[in-house]
Write a protein that binds this ligand. Structure first.
Ligand code: F6P
Length: 757
């Protein structure tokens, strides 16, 4: 309807113009045709005069005039010729036919003939007058005055006028029709162009909107969105502390309380069948350490693999269980996998394929077609669960880690308006390394279903963008950290993960550092005068446990005075034991520990204590508090949260952190002793340095490390990601609003005025 209205606004003036043109054209046409006919009649007069001339000259000699009269009477039988007169050479009217005006003189007839376009009106209607000389051999006879009927011209003029009006009307109709068609096509093209623009095509790249004619609109829109973003950032107060409360406020205000769904392989709590009934266990997982406090702040639903032996016994009929136990702050939805699925998807593709592929820790990735099939099927299973749990068409979905590279695109298919934040907790290698994966394109395409793709470091983001550039046809805009694939943009950004701070409630009940130390020494039978170093890891070849043992051995070799004053406690939580690579690794470590203990230990007092079992969080905290040194020597690590947990545990501002330069955390925790774990000598010296570091220096370093972890806590990690998500959601909503108005034919003007005035 609106379109028709607009077109009528154009057509009515067009019709009026055509009518005016017709109105003006008709008299002009009349004059023109009259002139043409007058010329025709003059020529006709010449012919008639020539034809009559001889007969007139002869008849003129008849003094009674009968011959002439008879001649003229015959001549005026011609229906066009109304009257004839003959004037003498001296201008006297000698003869005339009946219709020749009685009072007209020869002079008047001459005048009329000479004044072209002026016609005479006699009884029968308008006539055209022409005068023609007649001569005989004897000389001039006189002048023949011919009066031709002009009334037929009137009739023809009416016909011409009718044809002209029909022609102009027809022309007008054709023009109107063509205009309607062109206008319709242009309108549709323009609307399509505007929609494409609002979907982001051409919006992100300033100089090339998809439709050049929409460039001004694109520029306005871009500017408006930037203003909204600036305002948003300003309201955020970039430097303020991130707390659970601030995160909740962000969700309530900017996200309007939208539903948050987390997807991860590892569940935050496992229910295990034990001797005394069902026991609850927190798995050893950096992912769980980071995401759980965020979930407590956000509520929402966490979807994860139910892998505990008693997991099924505690869920409701929807496979839900409220957590944390006794607090019920969020809901866990457990997904059940068959042993074959777990083997193929988790052990096989994720941990024998992607894990070594991304860590580049000199263990060959293994890619099996059957594992890949399981990986795809399990990803689909989790994507279906996300859709089933979604209460709206645009929930906020946090997809965690390399287990679910395909989930973002799978969810995007079913919930196109969802905000999908994916976080890759492990490193991203360079394009060449990643390129060996047989399904590299499928994995990248799956990940690009995300709204935001997060990594721990800028370096990993850069590797990811280069990998996409190498293996997919996608538009990459480095200045905006954006990859647009099949028209959908993904924002790629570094969000360094962390731990909760302020510390949890339990921190108030921590035993003192002295007490922790005494308990540990007693439990492990460590001599009182010993200094203690600790390592806390999953039993994984990427953690650099072997290199750490070599460094301990080298330190004892190099600085023998420590042989009787030093104990190294290594906690190694069993992990992925179904994989041979892991089993062999555990055996290798155990053998090395035995060898070093044989070399430096004394009976009943081994220098290295290997605690190869799962430890609950509280026990690990006590260990951190008891230690003089904490060794984190990963060969490659996305972030590593053990070092941050050690720092958090040291409220006495004592203890030294030795940290691998290949852990993402090394970029933030610069006051640690940074080492290359492959360089045994360097790590051994760092251990010696740590053991001999004066308390003042320890305090200075630890205070600074604590303030870094405090500031860059896990709420900032989640808060930054969710703020970016809120910004992108706002952008999408503004676009939808503008699009709706554009669709209804009203373009909302986008103000150029900055909100920062
Ligand atoms: O580092 C990647 C990661 O998913 C961590 O987030 C977590 O600490 C670890 O792997 C857990 O591994 P899994 O769940 O296989 O025991």
């Amino acid at each position: 309807m609106k379109t028709l209205g607009l077109q009528l606004r154009f057509l009515i003036p067009l019709i009026l113009i055509l009518a005016g043109a017709a109105y003006l054209a008709v008299p002009v046409m009349d004059r023109l045709t009259l002139r043409w006919f007058a010329r025709d009649l003059d020529m006709r007069g010449v012919l008639v005069a020539n034809a009559l001339s001889e007969s007139v000259a002869e008849a003129a000699s008849d003094t009674r005039g009968r011959k002439l009269q008879a001649l003229f009477s015959r001549a005026v039988l011609d229906e066009r010729l109304v009257a004839i007169g003959l004037c003498s050479p001296t201008g006297e009217l000698l003869r005339r036919t009946d219709h020749f005006p009685k009072d007209m003189t020869c002079v008047q007839a001459e005048d009329l003939a000479n004044s072209k376009g002026t016609n005479l009106h006699i009884e029968g209607g308008p006539v055209h007058v022409s005068v023609h000389p007649v001569a005989s051999e004897a000389g001039p006879v006189g002048e023949l005055v011919l009066m031709h009927d002009l009334s037929f011209i009137e009739r023809r003029s009416q016909d011409t006028r009718r044809y002209l009006v029909i022609l102009i009307t027809g022309l007008g109709a054709v023009i109107a029709l063509v205009t309607l068609i062109v206008a319709q096509l242009s309108w549709r093209g323009w609307i399509a162009g505007t929609r494409a623009l609002l979907h982001g095509e051409g919006l992100l790249r300033p100089n090339s909107p998809v439709f050049p004619e929409l460039a001004p609109l694109a520029a306005d829109l871009r500017e408006r969105l930037r203003e909204v973003e600036d305002e948003y950032k300003r309201l955020q107060g970039a430097d303020a502390d991130w707390t659970p409360h601030r995160l909740q406020t962000l969700l309530r205000t900017q996200m309007r309380g939208d539903q948050v769904i987390v997807v991860s392989n590892r569940e935050p709590y496992m229910h295990e069948r034990g001797a005394g009934g069902i026991e609850i266990r927190r798995p050893a997982s950096g992912l769980v350490t980071a995401v759980e406090p965020v979930m407590r702040a956000c509520s929402g639903t966490w979807i994860a693999h139910g892998s505990g032996s008693a997991d099924r016994e505690v869920v409701d009929r929807h496979d839900h269980v409220a957590l944390p136990p006794g607090h019920d702050e969020y809901l866990l939805r457990r997904i059940w996998l068959t042993p074959e699925q777990e083997q193929g998807y988790y052990y096989g593709f994720a941990n024998e394929g992607l894990w070594p592929l991304c860590h580049v820790a000199h263990v060959r990735p293994v890619f099996r077609e059957s594992d890949w099939e399981h990986y795809k099927r399990v990803n689909r299973l989790f994507a279906d669960a996300v859709v089933a749990e979604a209460r709206s068409e645009d929930p906020v979905i946090l997809v965690q880690d390399y287990h679910f590279a395909l989930v973002p695109a799978m969810v995007r298919e079913r919930l196109p308006r969802a905000t999908i934040l994916s976080f890759w907790h492990i490193p991203w290698p360079n394009p060449e390394s990643f390129g060996i994966c047989p399904w590299r394109a499928e994995i990248l395409e799956g990940m690009l279903g995300s709204t935001i793709m997060g990594f721990h470091t800028q370096f990993h983001c850069k590797n990811f963008m280069e990998t996409v550039d190498r293996y997919l046809e996608a538009r990459i805009e480095h200045e905006h950290s954006t990859i647009t694939f099949h028209g959908d943009p993904t924002f790629v950004e570094a969000y360094p993960i962390s731990i909760e701070w302020p510390l949890p409630e339990q921190a108030r009940t921590w035993p003192s550092v002295g007490q922790c130390r005494s308990e540990l020494m007693e439990r492990l039978d460590i001599p009182r005068d010993h200094r203690i170093a600790v390592g806390v890891d999953r039993f994984d070849y990427t953690k650099g446990i072997l290199e750490r043992l070599h460094a301990v051995e080298r330190m004892l070799e190099k600085y023998p005075e420590w042989q009787k004053r030093f104990t190294f406690v290594q906690v190694a939580a069993p992990s992925r034991g179904a994989l041979e690579e892991y089993r062999l690794f555990q055996q290798r470590i155990a053998a090395q520990v035995d060898r070093i203990n044989d070399r430096f230990g004394r009976p009943g007092a081994p220098v290295i204590r290997l605690l190869a079992q799962h430890h609950e969080h509280d026990e690990v905290t006590k260990l951190y508090r008891a230690a003089d040194v904490c060794l984190v020597t990963s060969l490659h690590d996305g972030m590593n949260l053990v070092c941050k947990e050690f720092i958090a545990a040291r409220d006495d501002e004592r203890g030294v952190l030795i940290l691998s330069r290949f852990a993402g955390a090394a970029r933030e925790l610069t006051e640690a002793l940074i080492v290359n774990p492959y360089h045994v000598e360097e790590t051994a010296d760092a251990l010696f340095h740590a053991l001999t570091m004066p308390p003042g220096e320890q305090r200075e370093r630890m205070a600074s490390l604590r303030s870094t972890v405090h500031e860059f806590n896990v709420y900032r990690w989640a808060g930054r990601m969710l703020s970016d998500a809120a910004r992108l959601r706002l952008r999408q909503r503004v676009s939808t609003r503008v699009q709706r108005h554009a669709g209804s034919g009203t373009i909302v003007p986008l103000s150029r005025k900055s909100t920062r005035s």
